[in-house]
Design a protein around this ligand. Structure first.
Ligand code: UDP
Length: 328
């Protein structure tokens, strides 16, 4: 039985990856420090004898007994309000954390895939973004702690690949959504759906003409799985190229939820990318992958999930977070 270590296992993407690898017949060690992760995302796996959980911060030396075939490094705060609240931890997990995990991969002769991001392209001057684009990042802006940590992580991973011959894979993940997103993580989908469910107006930042391209989580997991098993070691974009303005997106959520609330406008956070859309030519050619779930379907499933949350969970929003975010 193949053994896999998944860091960030209690998070949104990490938990879906744990499910997928269990389903594929792997032994899964899920690791998380639970700063932004939530055990309820993986509690259904605890009775499974092919799953174990390790409560650990990968910024500190990582020890895993026994053999490892694959490491998936998905630990990191991933939403703007999270990395603004914990900027140093964000930098540490992308730098000290990746160093520990690359060392572990070497010691175990394991293949490692790292979660990179469309944020390596910053506020991109080209649209859509192909992997060859080097990006437009403000290293000292509020997003710099995340963007530069991820860029460093890519550089470190390539160095281990080149100099140590380590088997490495780099996935650049674009905006992804689905069940288990944290309602209070400040990202646009949980923000809008939470507002609709609480009967509040939807807060569009800026004039709403900035764009994003949203990928349903199952599609993303399939792309990651294929990339891990491929023999391609340069970065690959995984995302859905169906681009939409945030203003249009708010209208879609109003329609989906049937809320009577309206859109209100708040200041655009500093360095908020104007446009984002993945060029997925490489994923199509190399992995024979493309997204299958369209936004209408994906949003419906995600909304059903958010509706199952209790009133208590819904009210748990820390409004201060949003205020702080806007001030940056
Ligand atoms: N956004 C918004 N209202 C919100 C939260 C986010 O208009 O309540 C905007 C945000 O300014 C950005 C887009 O939605 O332009 C996507 O933001 P998110 O935080 O989801 O992810 P990003 O792609 O910026 O990392």
């Amino acid at each position: 039985m193949k053994r896999v270590l998944i860091t960030g296992a209690a998070g949104f993407l990490g938990s879906h990856l744990c499910d997928r690898f269990i389903k594929e017949g792997y032994y899964v060690i899920g690791m998380d420090n639970l700063i932004t992760g939530d055990l309820t995302n993986i509690e259904h796996l605890f009775p499974n004898s092919n799953f174990e959980f390790s409560h650990h911060d990968v910024s500190k030396f990582v020890y895993v007994p026994g053999e490892l075939d694959y490491i998936l490094h998905f630990a990191s705060p991933a939403s703007p309000i999270d990395y603004l609240k914990i900027p140093i931890q964000t930098l540490k997990v992308g730098s000290l954390g990746i160093h520990n995990l690359l060392g572990l991969a070497r010691a175990k002769s394991a293949r490692i895939i790292i979660a990179s991001t469309s944020e390596v392209y910053g506020d991109p001057a080209v649209n859509p973004q192909p992997e060859e684009y080097w990006g437009n990042v403000n290293p000292v802006g509020p997003r710099g702690v995340y963007d530069e940590a991820k860029r460093f992580q890519e550089a470190m991973t390539m160095a281990y690949h080149t100099f140590h011959g380590l088997e490495t894979r780099i996935v650049r993940i674009f905006n992804t959504y689905g069940p288990r997103m944290r309602l209070n993580d400040g990202r646009v989908l949980p923000a809008f759906v939470g507002q609709a469910l609480r009967g509040e107006d939807l807060t569009v930042f800026g004039d709403g003409t900035q764009t994003r391209s949203f990928c349903y989580v199952d599609d993303l997991v399939e792309g990651i799985y294929r990339l891990l098993l491929s023999d391609y070691s340069s970065p690959v974009n995984i995302g859905n190229p169906d681009e939409i303005t945030i203003g249009q997106f708010a209208e879609e959520i109003i329609k989906l939820t049937g809320t009577n609330q309206k859109v209100i406008y708040k200041p655009l956070p500093q360095d908020d990318p104007r446009q984002r859309r993945p060029d997925i030519t490489k994923a199509r050619e190399i992995l024979k992958w493309e997204p299958k779930v369209n936004r209408a379907e994906g949003l419906k499933i995600t909304y059903e999930y958010f509706k199952t949350l209790s009133k208590e969970q819904l009210e748990k929003i820390d409004h201060k977070d949003f205020t702080n975010y806007n001030r940056t």
